[in-house]
Design a protein around this ligand. Structure first.
Ligand code: PLP
Length: 314
């Protein structure tokens, strides 16, 4: 029940804060949930009520809400050096070490990392990198981005355009040139009598048709979550990435694995692409990258994209 007093935390939350992804009339009737702290997988509200946070924050609090080691590491670093950028050839020692570690645990033999403040921004950055790269290689027209319906890639104008959800139409999104394939959801999208393998083959054919219809030399990249997360926790049908990747390779289209949810163990492997047996051209990370203790995203480029970007930048 909603605490009606104007000085309640709930009323104060409503009075001066917007919520994201929230139907405001519903919350105005029910009242906000104002939280004070957490312990393990639990969070506690201003009335002392305990909740199991089944969403793990926004899928990101994978180490729980009171991991002493992470809190101490953050404090030690704030005491030593509270923050620094990586512009103009400068970089903190911690960034050097983190990149070494990320490339080491990545599925890539070699690669490079570019940091952002969120996964949305990491997806935007990856799109800009692809546009820059193709342009520098003489393919200015390679700008279209392919994703899937029900995909979730973020909240910025570009990553929301990549997101295959109808709610983005209220913003007039997607922007032109952002294309969405059928959601790889066998149970919902499979046709009567169609086997899972036939479903996979149909989706692969759909990808190739889209590429040929649009013109292969207009496509900058293909982005996919190994398991669609916010779109409904949808694992791909059998053999999906094995069927799609050769088509992408045939037309020179980089495959970007959005591992913002799947990364760091969510599928029982370090990366979702490992769980589904493919090596992408780049990985997008955030959320579990810091277990939610700090907002940060990363673009992890594999060897080919690293080399091409390096050459483009020269
Ligand atoms: C949450 C999410 C993003 C956006 O990351 P933020 O750090 O919230 O901006 C991108 N891709 C996927 C798959 C996500 O789940």
């Amino acid at each position: 029940m909603k605490d009606q007093s104007p000085n309640s935390w709930e009323a104060r939350a409503d009075a001066h804060s917007f919520y994201g992804f929230t139907d405001l009339p519903t919350i105005e009737n029910r009242g906000a949930t104002v939280l004070t702290h957490g312990s393990g997988p639990y969070v506690f509200d201003v009335h002392g009520r305990q909740f199991l946070d089944a969403n793990s924050g926004l899928w990101n609090m994978v180490a729980g809400f009171d991991h002493a080691g992470l809190a101490q590491a953050a404090k030690d670093q704030y005491d030593r050096f509270p923050g620094y950028h990586a512009f103009f050839g400068r970089m903190s020692d911690q960034t050097v070490m983190l990149s070494e570690k990320l490339v080491e645990v990545s599925p890539f033999e070699s690669g490079k990392v570019f940091y952002t403040n969120s996964g949305s921004e990491a997806n935007d950055t990856m799109v800009k990198m692809l546009w820059f790269l193709h342009g520098s290689e003489g393919h200015d027209q390679r700008r279209k981005i392919i994703t899937r319906k029900n995909a979730y890639h973020g909240v910025t104008a570009v990553s929301a355009s990549m997101t295959g959800k109808p709610y983005n139409s209220v913003f007039g999104l997607p922007l032109p040139g952002f294309l969405h394939l059928t959601c790889p959801h066998y149970w919902r999208e499979g046709q009567p009598g169609e086997t899972e393998a036939q479903f996979t083959a149909r989706l692969a054919a759909e990808l190739e048709e889209m590429i040929l219809r649009e013109g292969a030399d207009t496509i900058a990249g293909f982005f996919a979550e190994p398991v669609l997360g916010a779109g409904g926790v949808i694992p791909p049908p059998e053999g999906y990435f094995q069927a799609l990747q050769p088509i992408l390779q045939k037309y020179g289209i980089p495959l970007i694995s959005d591992e913002v949810i799947c990364g760091f163990g969510r599928t029982g492997h370090t990366w979702g692409c490992e769980a589904y047996g493919f090596v992408p051209d780049a990985i997008i990370s955030s959320k579990n990258l810091t277990a939610g203790y700090f907002p940060m995203g990363a673009v992890i480029l594999g060897p080919q994209l690293t080399q091409r970007l390096q050459a483009a930048s020269e």
